[in-house]
Design a protein around this ligand. Structure first.
Ligand SMILES: C[S@@+](CC[C@H](N)C(=O)[O-])C[C@H]1O[C@@H](n2cnc3c(N)ncnc32)[C@H](O)[C@@H]1O
Length: 448
């Protein structure tokens, strides 16, 4: 295992805001209107989507009940489908995928959740105050920086919400001022909680404008007294006028400064800035399906591109000859190296690099790969990444996508370059929202 420090670029560690106000997202919401569905979707100026079922009397009763489920759903806009029965949510998403990629292959049945509530193991609360100075915590209203106060969210881990409420309740007695975005004043900006659903470990990250937390030891003591289940507390400093949640500087206040969790029988270390899938129940199903689709026989030279903390490559490693993993985030690569070692995996090599640049270097060096796992961000792969991949000429590509629009675009490029789509399995990673996760298997045209 090694990391290529010479060719590695300095990575930017980013945690995206929960609110997604991109025009792309708005477009996606609009294009969810589908003839086949018996409901209509309306995209508001903010980009949030409201769904109304037209015909079914039974459904309207369910909706009436569901509307009571979340009092702030209309203000928050994060769960566009919260008022829609779960089966219908899957149907809307399935129809959307068919519209986008149905011309390339049959869209398989959604792998849904038995219990689609409280699945998020990464919970973010933004802190501010009302006009009287009372601390508030909640979620950015979709498409804005207005904070919608939230005590409990149907997507979020319940324990994480309890901890956030406790922290909010402690602020006055510790004289901790919440941040005011307009004036750039105050100390506490955000709290980020990461929960290892299988390990039971909990990391609390306090994002402050300064590295000095008043009465730090007493604050930690009081928080642990209220929540002995917390396994680590990290102070992160973000003093920039930015919409990024996390800053660069970190200080461990309690515990190890990271958590671990298990998925597919392997243990993974997760640091504050590393990417880790937000829905652990579905992640297990998604990784298993991705590896099953690849039909590995133990002889393959595999590539894991956009590898995060190394999960897919490490889980696939017992089934292939060797895996090469590439990821841009330095902290995630460090975690990945730790993860391979901790799981006794010796046939994975990790590189910290931009995936496009790395693929170009591989193509230029005449390297080959038998199978490529790729799991890019929502924007998908770059054209240069794909051109280099075609030079490497893998027999199979397992493309995991959280952006159906970019997936459709990239599948168009694949099919023009000698690949066909043989399988498409959507996995509901983001229940109650319009977001769609899809696993697609592509085969080189000459491969059965
Ligand atoms: C959707 S996540 C997938 C991570 C991992 N496969 C998993 O399942 O946890 C995408 C990953 O791509 C990384 N990334 C983003 N841009 C990249 C780039 N240009 N080159 C390499 N990695 C990148 C992110 O840091 C993130 O870890």
């Amino acid at each position: 295992m090694m990391m290529n420090k010479k060719t590695g670029k300095t990575g930017t560690s980013k945690v995206q805001k929960k609110a997604d106000n991109s025009s792309k997202a708005k477009k996606a919401g609009n294009s969810l209107k589908t003839k086949k569905a018996d409901f209509s979707l309306k995209t508001k100026k903010s980009g949030s989507v409201s769904a109304k079922i037209k015909s079914d009397k039974k459904n309207s009763d369910v909706i009436a009940k569901a509307a009571k489920r979340c009092k702030v759903s209309s203000k928050c806009g994060g769960c566009q489908f919260i008022d829609m029965p779960y089966k219908k949510q899957l149907k809307v998403k399935h129809d959307r995928l068919e519209e986008l990629i149905g011309k390339y292959c049959e869209v398989g049945e959604f792998i849904g959740m038995e219990d689609p509530d409280h699945y998020r193991c990464k919970v973010h609360a933004v802190f501010t105050h009302d006009r009287k100075g009372n601390p508030l915590s909640g979620i950015y209203q979709e498409g804005s920086h207005k904070v919608v106060p939230v005590d409990a969210c149907l997507l979020e881990d319940k324990k994480a919400d309890d901890i956030i409420a406790t922290i909010r309740g402690m602020l006055r007695s510790f004289k901790i001022k919440t941040y005011d975005e307009d004036y750039g004043q105050g100390l506490l900006r955000h709290v980020l909680i990461r929960v290892g659903k299988n390990s039971g470990q909990i990391m609390v990250i306090l994002i402050l404008t300064s590295p000095i937390l008043p009465s730090k030891n007493n604050f930690v003591k009081a928080l642990l007294k209220a929540h002995p289940e917390i396994t680590t507390i990290v102070l992160n400093v973000n003093d920039k006028h930015t919409s990024m949640i996390l800053g660069e500087q970190e200080k461990v206040l309690y515990g190890k400064g990271y958590i671990t969790d298990t998925v597919c029988g392997m243990e993974f270390k997760i640091s504050p800035k590393s990417f880790y899938q937000v829905n652990p129940v579905q992640t297990e199903k998604m990784y298993s399906k991705a590896i099953e689709l690849a039909h590995l026989d133990g002889t393959e030279e595999a590539l894991d591109c956009y590898s995060g903390v190394g999960t897919i490559g490490i889980i696939a490693s017992p089934h292939v000859k060797h895996v090469t993993s590439v990821e841009i985030n330095a902290d995630a690569v460090k975690d990945a190296i730790w993860n391979a070692k901790n799981n006794g995996i010796k046939n994975v090599t990790f590189y910290k690099n931009d995936a496009t640049r790395f693929m170009q270097q591989m193509a230029d060096s005449g390297d080959k790969a038998d199978v490529v796992f790729m799991d890019p961000p929502r924007s998908g792969a770059t054209e240069e990444f794909l051109s280099s991949l075609f030079v490497l000429g893998p027999k199979k590509v397992v493309y995991i996508s959280c952006g159906p629009d970019s997936l459709a675009r990239d599948l168009g490029i694949f099919t023009k370059n000698g690949y066909r789509v043989t399988d498409c399995v959507p996995v509901d990673m983001f229940c109650h929202t319009r977001s769609i996760e899809t696993i697609v298997l592509l085969k080189r045209a000459d491969i059965k």
